[in-house]
Design a protein. Structure first.
Length: 391
């Protein structure tokens, strides 16, 4: 079949859906205290509204990948509808139960949305532009995070959580409509022309040494990223860095991640230097954590935080692209495994750092050790363009 021109509108619609899904996830992160007071519940209860996402992701990542490998368009549309339905459900009343029910629906949609990052690039873009499409969709995860933080800071404190819920609902409905419209156009390389893998064949993917190595790198690298995002403010507070300053540092880290996701793959992928880049990223990230162990001011913490965000988020499209290329027609399942590993690492390492919050220097040192373990693993992930996929 002859490939037609690139379908960038579909990539744009998908990237918007990714960003909105992330924004809905973190709606309450910057306004936890205000939302707890508004609803008359504890801050721990509000934290559950965000914590439900990684928990459900670990459970649903692989099933979502299986479905995406068979019915990409249909599953994506269903996920967009769930995303919008969850956002609307959050408007149901001034009760915690409505918020939790809405967040659960959005969390169920998330594995299907993020798991499609490489698959939609396969369908809608020519091979030479595929890494660029993956980079754009990967960067949108950070765009959604920044949007949640910025909206919470600019609107939440002044107008309360209700305004944030309305904004989220409108954004979710708009992204759903845009995606449905964009995917109504025929795909340049429709998935129906490719036989989806059977469950028995996926055992080869899940048992492949390269994909297991990529998953372990994701567990270590993104585990540390998620853990530091969770505990950065607590770890920096003993150095006199307040919550407002920590919020700006987190925003800077995330914005740098957007740039990293767009820049790193454009340098590494065309030169087939993914393994070298991942090794360098792990080493640089470990160095940044060690600098944070020594940082005593916002200024000295700022540079390592920004660099850490740039390199760790910059590694995401590399991991996803390598997993997808290695797995072939089971690409979405392999990508789901990478996301699963990253979320599992986030839960595990966040719990580890939680035990060290009374000793920030030790916590940052442990983070450096954990992410540094990914450097030797990266040497074994080289994949030549001529290497055939598993499936």
């Amino acid at each position: 079949m002859t490939r037609r021109s690139n379908d960038w509108p579909a990539i744009a619609a998908f990237a918007l859906l990714v960003a909105v899904n992330q924004m809905l996830w973190l709606t309450f992160a910057p306004v936890t205290t205000d939302t707890a007071e508004y609803l008359g519940v504890s801050e721990d209860s509000i934290g559950l509204l965000s914590e439900v996402f990684p928990l459900l992701y670990v459970l649903l990542a692989v099933p979502a990948g299986l479905l995406l490998d068979r019915w990409l368009k249909e599953v994506l549309v269903a996920a967009a509808v769930l995303n919008a339905a969850g956002a609307i459900l959050r408007l149901g009343g001034d009760a915690f139960a409505w918020l939790l029910a809405g967040q659960v629906l959005v969390a169920i949609a998330q594995p299907a949305i993020l798991g499609a990052i490489t698959k939609i690039a396969d369908e809608r873009l020519a091979p030479g532009d595929r890494p660029k499409g993956i980079a754009i969709s990967s960067a949108s995860t950070s765009v959604g995070t920044v949007s949640a933080l910025a909206l919470g800071a600019a609107i939440g404190a002044e107008q309360g959580p209700a305004t944030l819920l309305w904004i989220g609902s409108l954004a979710a409905v708009a992204s759903m409509a845009f995606l449905v419209f964009a995917l109504s156009r025929p795909a340049p390389q429709p998935s129906s022309t490719v036989t989806a893998p059977a469950i028995s064949e996926l055992r080869a993917v899940w048992g492949d040494g390269l994909i297991r190595r990529l998953a372990l790198i994701a567990f270590l690298g993104f585990g540390v990223f998620i853990a530091l995002t969770t505990w950065l403010q607590v770890l920096l507070e003993p150095r006199g860095i307040g919550s407002d300053q920590a919020g700006w540092l987190l925003a800077g880290m995330t914005l740098a991640g957007v740039a990293g996701a767009l820049i790193v793959p454009t340098i590494a992928v065309p030169r087939a230097r993914e393994a070298t880049a991942l090794g360098a990223i792990a080493t640089i990230a470990a160095g940044c954590c060690l600098l944070l162990a020594l940082a005593q001011t916002t200024t000295t913490a700022g540079l390592p935080i920004v660099v850490f965000g740039f390199v760790t988020i910059g590694a995401l499209p590399l991991l996803l692209e390598l997993a997808d290329r290695r797995a072939g027609r089971a690409g979405a399942s392999a990508v789901g495994l990478i996301w699963l590993a990253g979320n599992a690492g986030g839960i595990t390492i966040a719990l580890l750092l939680q035990t060290l919050t009374d000793s920030p220097a030790a916590a940052f040192a442990v983070a450096a050790l954990v992410v540094g373990l990914a450097a030797p693993l990266a040497r074994g992930v080289a994949l030549r363009r001529s290497d055939p996929p598993i499936q």
